[in-house]
Design a protein around this ligand. Structure first.
Ligand code: ADP
Ligand code: MG
Length: 257
C-alpha cells in the first residue's frame, strides 16, 4: 500500500531523511518509533505531500507521489487521513460542523447524505448523536475522538497518526489505542502510527519500525523488536539514556528484521 525507497530530505543543511526505506502492507498497522527530531513527522508529511522530498520514491497504492502535480496529488490525498498531534477543533463550530466542513472541501454532498456521513463517522468513534455539542463541552478524550471522526468522514483507505496519545492521560491513551485497533478491524485501513509511547507501540502494531538518523534501523514484529539486540533499539524501548551509542556500534548491527 505504501512503498518508500531511498527517501532523502534536507532542511537547512540538516539531513533529516537519509535514504529511508519502508514498506507498509495493505491492511497493516505499522508503528514508527524514534527519538524527537528523528524525522517521523517529516516522513508523514512527505507521504501527504506537505513536505517535498529531495529525492527518492514514495508509492501510495502503486502511484508514485514524489513530484506529482497538485491536481493528481489531490486524488491520492482523498484516500489518506492524517490525524495530527492535537487535532485542533474549531471552537466556534459545533461538532457536526467541525466534521462536515471537511466534507465540503472535497465537493458538495446533498444535505441528507452529508448528515449521514457525519453521523456515521461519529458512531464509528463511539460518539453518536453529539453533533450539536460545542468543543468546549468535550473532554480531551472526546475531542480526540471527534478529530478522528473528522478524518474518518472522508472514508480514507490509509490513516496516518502523528503521536495520537501524546499529551493525554494513560486512561485516555488506552481508549485511543482501542479506537485505532477498532478502525483497523472495522474499516480494514492501512495505518502508520508515530508514537514514542511503547505501550501503544507494542499493543497496536503489526510491525514496528525504528527511526534513527533518518533511516529505518530495525523493522519487525513487536516481539522481534522487543528481542532486538540492536543497542539503539534496546536503549529506546527500555527508556534508558545510557549515553550516546556510537555510530560504529549502531552500524555494526545494521538492519535487523
Ligand atoms: N519545515 C521545516 N523546516 C526546517 N526544519 C524542519 C522542518 N520540519 C522539520 N524540520 C526539522 O527536521 C527534523 C525532524 O523533524 P520531525 O520529523 O518533526 O521529527 P520527529 O521525529 O520528532 O517527528 C527536526 O530537526 C526539525 O527541526
Ligand atoms: Mg513529530
Amino acid at each position: 500500500m505504501i512503498e518508500i525507497a531511498n527517501l532523502y530530505k534536507t532542511f537547512d543543511k540538516v539531513q533529516v531523511l537519509n535514504g529511508l526505506n519502508l514498506t507498509v502492507r495493505d491492511g497493516e498497522t505499522k508503528v514508527i518509533i524514534g527519538r524527537s527530531g528523528a524525522g517521523k513527522s517529516v516522513l508523514l508529511k512527505s507521504i501527504v505531500g506537505i513536505v517535498a522530498p529531495d529525492s527518492g520514491s514514495i508509492k501510495v497504492g502503486g502511484t508514485e507521489v514524489v513530484g506529482l502535480s497538485e491536481h493528481a496529488y489531490n486524488k491520492v490525498r482523498k484516500n489518506i487521513g492524517l490525524v495530527f498531534q492535537g487535532g485542533a477543533l474549531f471552537d466556534s463550530l459545533n461538532v457536526g460542523e467541525n466534521i462536515g466542513f471537511v466534507l465540503d472541501e472535497f465537493g458538495r454532498l446533498l444535505p441528507e447524505a452529508r448528515r449521514e456521513r457525519v453521523a456515521h463517522a461519529l458512531s464509528l468513534v463511539g460518539m453518536k448523536g453529539i453533533e450539536e455539542m460545542m468543543p468546549s463541552q468535550l473532554s480531551g478524550g472526546m475531542r480526540k475522538r471527534v478529530s478522528l471522526a473528522r478524518v474518518l468522514c472522508m472514508e480514507p483507505k490509509i490513516l496516518l497518526y502523528d503521536e495520537p496519545t501524546s499529551e493525554v492521560d494513560p486512561i485516555t491513551a488506552d481508549a485511543i489505542n482501542s479506537l485505532m485497533m477498532e478502525m483497523h478491524d472495522k474499516l480494514k485501513v492501512t495505518s502508520i502510527v508515530v508514537t514514542h509511547d511503547m505501550t501503544t507501540a507494542f499493543k497496536i502494531a503489526d510491525s514496528v519500525a525504528m527511526f534513527y538518523h533518518g533511516q529505518v534501523i530495525a523493522d519487525g514484529t513487536p516481539d522481534e523488536i522487543r528481542n532486538s539486540r540492536h543497542p539503539v533499539v534496546q536503549q529506546f524501548i527500555n527508556g534508558r539514556a545510557v549515553g550516546p551509542v556510537t555510530e560504529d556500534e549502531s552500524m555494526k548491527f545494521g538492519h535487523v528484521r
